[in-house]
Write a protein that binds this ligand. Structure first.
Ligand code: ADP
Ligand code: MG
Length: 388
């Protein structure tokens, strides 16, 4: 779904008549192929940016405020530019933008007064990271409002400040994957990210296969509290492991054999086993992708899902249903839940010529079982955030 720049500018002018020159930025959502709940454990992830994106058209105003209009929510909000550092969270969608504006102000990159027209094609709360797309597009838009000749911060600093906005202002203790891929992705390949060193390399996918995201159209409340709880449980596992292996500072450093020699059991053991095995799966997946081994890539997808289902316990009935049905279909190499869990999307590795039949079968089965029509997104690796 490509949003035309000109049509966005027209919508901007209808909402904010009499504005001067309008500029447009975009930042993509993402689908994570593998490496789930590993980013905040400083491990590895392998996402692709998708061609669903958050677009922001903006123009300066004379009113001393940042004025935000979300065309998705159909709501206006405004903040005095002189007081961005003092902003407090309002538990509202505008927190994502306000949090970014505040971080910029704290770093002395305070934006100039402007009207922002926000329009995103990333479905919200579906595990495709509409939040990072909103943060990154906000950061690019707000930085480009500045009329002083000083350079913008490096892209990695923009990624980090967007993450801080989500961690500290919105209050969601996410890792760095979503903001990173929305900024650094390049068309045509997934990217493998080392979430400790923050190095990344392209990970091309074999020809003839499509990553298809399937939206379960459900989002269970439990996910809200479960995410920070998982972050805390991983920290607890690290502190138990440290008694025997003091050199460990995150689950990224743990090896499979440590899990049995350190007195870990119960919930911390299950959480650690997911993270350590998932890091191994990411490395193996990248190797399998580069040698075109679709069978192994698919097996790793399913192993990742089972680990998230049974050890990390972040799946749900609907996601399990979608995965179990998908992997029984011809032309499907593998399937797994993607994103934080408790609803949202699965990601499926489907032979290009089987995509139509796949969508038809899944749609029929899911409607039959849950009375909901799932949405499908054929995900071609897209470019990261930029001005249009
Ligand atoms: P995800 O990132 O998987 O889509 P999150 O819960 O992290 O799910 O972020 C979704 C939230 O981000 C929405 O509930 C809303 O507050 C905010 N958001 C994202 N895009 C927009 C938008 N275009 N307009 C307003 N709010 C948005
Ligand atoms: Mg998000």
């Amino acid at each position: 779904m490509v949003v035309e720049k000109q049509s966005l500018i027209r919508s901007f002018r209808e909402r904010f008549p009499g504005s001067g020159g309008v500029r447009v930025v975009r930042a993509p959502g993402r689908v994570n192929l593998i490496g789930e709940h590993t980013d905040y454990n400083l491990g590895w992830v392998c996402p692709i940016a998708i061609d669903l994106a958050c677009h922001i058209a903006w123009s300066h105003n004379e009113d001393g405020v940042l004025r935000l209009w979300s065309a998705n929510v159909r709501e206006m909000r405004e903040f005095p530019v002189a007081r961005l550092q003092e902003l407090e969270p309002a538990r509202h969608w505008s927190d994502y933008v306000a949090g970014v504006a505040r971080e910029l102000a704290l770093l002395n990159f305070s934006p100039e007064p402007a009207n922002l027209f926000i329009h995103s094609t990333v479905p919200t709360g579906a595990g495709l990271s509409s939040s990072a797309a909103l943060e990154l597009s906000s950061a690019l838009a707000l930085l480009s409002t500045r009329t002083v000749a000083a350079p913008a911060p490096p892209l990695l600093e923009i990624v980090k400040l967007c993450r801080r906005a989500e961690n500290d202002f919105v209050g969601m203790p996410c890792g760095i994957m979503d903001q990173f891929v929305s900024a650094f992705a390049r068309e045509g390949a997934a990217i493998a990210i080392d979430c400790r060193s923050l190095e990344h390399t392209p990970a091309p996918l074999p020809a003839g296969v499509k990553a298809v995201a399937v939206n379960s159209m459900v989002k269970h409340e439990l996910g809200q509290s479960a995410y920070p709880q998982r972050v805390a449980q991983c920290r607890e596992a690290v502190s138990i492991l440290q008694r025997k292996h003091p050199e460990i500072s995150s689950l990224r450093d743990a090896r499979m054999e440590y899990l049995s020699d350190s007195g870990l059991d119960g919930v911390p053991l299950k959480r650690a086993r997911h993270v350590v095995s998932e890091d191994e799966r990411v490395a193996e997946f990248i190797g399998a992708a580069s040698s075109g081994d679709l069978k192994r890539m698919g097996e790793l997808f399913v192993a990742s899902h089972r680990s998230l289902q049974h050890d990390y316990e972040v799946s749900c009935e609907e996601l399990d249903f979608l995965v179990d049905n998908a992997i029984a279909l011809p032309g499907v190499w593998g399937a797994r839940m993607t994103g934080g869990g408790f609803g949202g999307c699965t990601v499926n590795l489907v032979a290009e010529d089987a995509v139509g039949a796949f969508e038809e079968s899944i749609s029929r089965a899911y409607r039959g079982r849950y009375g909901l029509t799932p949405q499908f997104y054929a995900c071609s690796p897209a470019d990261g955030a930029c001005e249009l």
